[in-house]
Design a protein around this ligand. Structure first.
Ligand SMILES: Cc1cc2nc3c(=O)[nH]c(=O)nc-3n(C[C@H](O)[C@H](O)[C@H](O)COP(=O)(O)OP(=O)(O)OC[C@H]3O[C@@H](n4cnc5c(N)ncnc54)[C@H](O)[C@@H]3O)c2cc1C
Length: 452
């Protein structure tokens, strides 16, 4: 079993796996404790039932030319495809190719982290007041809000401009406006890490829920159970790495998944938890018999059909954003609801969420609901909010969060270490590459701590 010398990592999401691979490759013994019966965390690829293409329930896109993901995928021989295709927008006159990107970019570019930090909404009101309710500007502002809340899953009244600027800067470095997918989805990345880990002294225990960490410098007792909280066991070690999602770290002890620290974490760490927030996402993947939207030609001047459609943007209350698998022409389409839309949908059960998504899609592309329902082959949905081991989608920084990620990431007494997307300090919170970067960062910290 456990020999007490191993480094214990809590969570086999991509941050935990990246740290385990690096530590294992440095010759250290590692034991990873994972609550779920699978690894990957918020990376969760399913094979669809009738054909072989991947269905993503969590992360899907590789945002930019990020070495943290490209390197393991290329080493693994995975096929990487750039997202291509047309963006369509639903306007009052009907569907039309999108033209709003330059206007939204112009608004976002005005954010400045040399000015005092403020919420995105406060920034919009200050810099783009629009007293005459000029329609074009009003619309651009609505699109900018939709972008911030849709992409970052963030409350625009809470998210800080400093955090947004840091993210935009990080994106620019890696051509973050480009997006990619791996051939078998993000499962390819998990496989790449499985292979790296298999060559090292890393063991992974799934179905192992950590509920308490008793610690003092250089000594830690980790209390775990496998779903039956009556049957607990205690592991001892000198270093623990905690990679659970932010919302799990914030959850009150006693709730499933929550971790009680005895003694409590230092005040600075607890204060930093209050400066970052977890957004909500509801995504549904709809699989059809064929790509019925290829036969739809929007009823305006455009001669184009929707056959090359990659993204579809609207102001729908529930599912404003949609995308296809372009450039691959698969018969699937994904509906994306973030922030308020996700909160509203979160009150519904699965069947009502799916029904709502079908109704929205039908109305946005101007097809009859009956036709769409007849075409439907399968639906996929995963509730990240209600899962006790995620409790939401991903993190964002609120106003005043400048130093929060650093404080979240900081080791405690060279004994407790922290990683995971929320602890990324490079401006890539809420992404897979940010999570991996945090795993590599913490592996260095642990190796250094063991040699000083
Ligand atoms: C719907 C959705 C879509 C997304 N889309 C994208 C995208 O397109 N591109 C992108 O880059 N990113 C995307 N993301 C974000 C990305 O998935 C995450 O940033 C990243 O996967 C986080 O990795 P992590 O290791 O930090 O956390 P996690 O993957 O959450 O790993 C933490 C692990 O800790 C485990 N755990 C929790 N509590 C306990 C406990 N008490 N004991 C033991 N184990 C525990 C969990 O089960 C989990 O496996 C998306 C996320 C969601 C939810």
């Amino acid at each position: 079993m456990h020999n007490g010398k191993e480094i214990v990592i809590i969570g086999a999401g991509i941050a935990g796996l990246a740290a385990a691979a690096k530590l294992g490759e440095a010759g250290l013994s590692v034991l990873v404790l994972e609550a779920r019966d699978r690894i990957g965390g918020r990376i969760f690829t399913q094979k669809n039932t009738t054909s072989e293409f991947p269905i993503e329930l969590g992360a899907e896109f590789i945002h930019g030319l990020v070495p943290e993901i490209f390197e393991p995928l290329l080493e693994n021989g995975s096929e990487i495809t750039e997202v291509e295709g047309q963006s369509w927008c639903v306007a009052p006159e009907g569907l039309a190719p999108c033209k709003f990107f330059p206007q939204v970019d112009a608004i976002l570019e005005k954010m400045n982290d040399a000015a005092p930090d403020e919420s995105f909404l406060a920034f919009l009101e200050r810099c783009f007041p629009n007293p005459d309710h000029e329609q074009k500007l009003e619309k651009a502002k609505r699109r900018a809000i939709a972008y911030v809340s849709g992409f970052n899953a963030a409350d625009p009244g809470l998210v800080g401009t400093h955090w947004l600027v840091r993210g935009m800067r990080a994106e620019k470095k890696v051509e973050g406006h480009r997006a990619f997918r791996s051939g078998n989805g993000y499962e390819d990345l998990l496989n790449a890490f499985r292979k790296r880990i298999a060559r090292t002294d890393v063991r992974i225990h799934t179905k192992t829920i950590v509920e308490r960490i008793n610690w003092k410098p250089g000594q830690v007792e980790v209390t775990v159970h496998n779903g039956n909280s009556e049957a607990k066991s205690v592991l001892t070690t000198s270093n623990v790495l905690i990679t659970v999602p932010l919302a799990v770290l914030k959850a009150p002890s006693g709730q499933l998944g929550a971790i009680e620290f005895v003694p409590q974490l230092p005040a600075e760490k607890i204060a930093s938890l209050g400066k970052v927030e977890t957004g909500e996402i509801v995504r549904v993947v709809l699989q059809f018999r064929d790509r019925f939207w290829e036969r739809i030609t929007p009823g305006n001047d455009s001669p184009k059909s929707l056959s090359e459609m990659s993204f579809l943007f609207s102001e729908d209350e529930f599912f404003p954003t949609w995308w296809t698998s372009m450039p691959k022409k698969l018969p699937i389409i994904t509906g994306w609801a973030a922030f308020r839309s996700a909160e509203q949908l979160g009150r519904l059960d699965r069947s009502h969420i799916i029904k709502r998504s079908l109704e929205t899609l039908a109305s946005l592309v101007g097809a009859s609901l009956k036709v769409i329902e007849n075409q439907l082959q399968a639906t996929y949905f995963y509730d990240w909010q209600r899962d006790p081991f995620s409790r939401g989608a991903y993190s964002y920084g609120k106003v005043g969060a400048n130093a929060a990620q650093k404080a979240l990431a900081a080791p405690v007494a060279n004994t407790l270490f922290f990683a995971g997307e929320a602890t990324d300090t490079t401006g890539s919170n809420g992404t897979v590459h940010g999570a991996i970067a945090s795993g590599y960062r913490v592996a260095k910290e642990i190796i250094y701590a063991r040699h000083t």
